[in-house]
Design a binder for this molecule. Structure first.
Ligand code: TYM
Length: 330
């Protein structure tokens, strides 16, 4: 089976709707046809300051949400990055193959470091995409299912794989980003021209998987729309309404055309109320299952350790080949 690899940072108390639609819901479908590795990337999370207790807690909560949303630990290898030392080891090697200018062109660093100021941003935040390349290449992944914001990082990964292969001999599969057209970027409900993000200034436009139904409903009812009270998809002229329709369409599987027909002549309030129900139907079971999983930490940790063993086996094999190819004595 071809291999897929993807990951999420455990840097929030809950995944958000963008993570769910852009990544997680894709993963659950793909795990049937691929040898799938899904990682909770806690080494990435520490590129910005984290509270230690919270980080440990959020690592488990993130893993639990993967499972609750449908990742089957019997089919997929769902593991925690820090439990597989090869990630940090390969990242070091790739660091030495990455140009400073090349790394400087990564737009996410520019965005993220703007908040703290580039001088106080960590070097880890700067080399973050290189650790991500290591994640992917260790498993010889063919495809990387992610949202639009990760496209540039997967491009860098391809460049590094190609460079390594031509310099040291064929070692890595050159992976491809798998980005779903139309749903790879879910927008903030208050600012529908920016992507929904846990680091947004306000949480008013951020829908969280683990939030109670009334909180989510309130946020949806207050979503920014426009004055032209017609319900149709038009990303340019009607970004707010289009975002709501996109979410509606992915979560129900209903086509845009049939949604436009269904809501023709009705008001935004109607659309929002229905959407709140759709979101709640999707997230309620995920929430319940997450709580169940978190109520038995020992079992959850056991699942993660078993998966880390499997991941370690695959990753160590690749790292061995890398070290040998470069001439690093083992
Ligand atoms: P992270 O944790 O920021 O986000 C996890 C996944 O969610 C997607 N995503 C979105 N999709 C659609 N609309 C949105 N508004 C939205 N916000 C987030 C992201 O594209 C991502 O797929 N660098 C990665 C984590 C990572 C990784 C990897 C991913 C580390 N190593 C290896 C793939 C392969 C990140 O910070 O994702």
């Amino acid at each position: 089976k071809p291999v897929i690899f993807s990951g999420m940072q455990p840097s929030s108390d809950s995944l958000h709707l963008g993570n769910y639609i852009g990544a997680l819901s894709q993963w659950t479908k793909m795990q049937e046809d691929f040898d799938a590795f899904f990682c909770v990337v806690n080494l990435h999370a520490i590129t910005v300051p984290q509270d230690p207790k919270e980080l440990a807690e959020r690592t488990r909560t993130t893993a639990a949400q993967y499972i609750a949303a449908g990742i089957d630990p019997a089919k997929s290898t769902l593991f925690v990055q820090s439990q597989v030392p090869a990630h940090a080891e390969l990242a070091w090697v790739l660091n030495t193959l990455t140009g400073f200018g090349e790394a400087s062109r990564m737009t996410q660093f520019k965005d993220k470091s703007q908040r703290s100021g580039a001088d106080s941003a960590s070097v880890g935040l700067f080399t973050y995409p290189i650790l991500m390349a290591a994640d992917i290449l260790l498993y010889q992944a063919h495809a990387v299912p992610v949202g639009e914001d990760q496209r540039q990082h997967v491009e860098l990964t391809r460049d590094l794989a190609t460079r390594f292969n031509s310099r040291f001999g064929d070692t890595f599969v050159v992976p491809e980003a798998q980005i779903q057209k139309g749903t790879a970027k879910i927008y903030d409900l208050q600012d529908p021209t920016s992507k929904m993000s846990k680091s947004a200034e306000s949480e008013a436009g951020l829908i969280k998987v683990l939030d109670p139904a009334n909180v989510t409903k309130k946020k949806i009812m207050r979503a920014v729309t426009d004055d032209d009270a017609s319900i149709r998809f038009d990303r340019e002229a009607k970004p707010g309404v289009s975002n709501l329709l996109t979410i509606y369409s992915v979560l129900t599987g209903q086509s845009m055309q049939s949604l436009e027909d269904e809501f023709a002549g009705r008001g935004y309030g109607d659309l929002k109320k229905s959407l709140a129900e759709v979101v709640e139907e999707t997230f309620a079971p995920v929430r319940t299952r997450t709580e169940e999983l978190l109520s038995d930490r020992a079992e959850l940790d056991r699942l993660l350790t078993t998966a880390a063993d499997r991941a370690n086996e695959v990753a160590a094999r690749t790292l061995d080949r890398v070290y040998t190819a470069i001439g690093l004595i083992r």
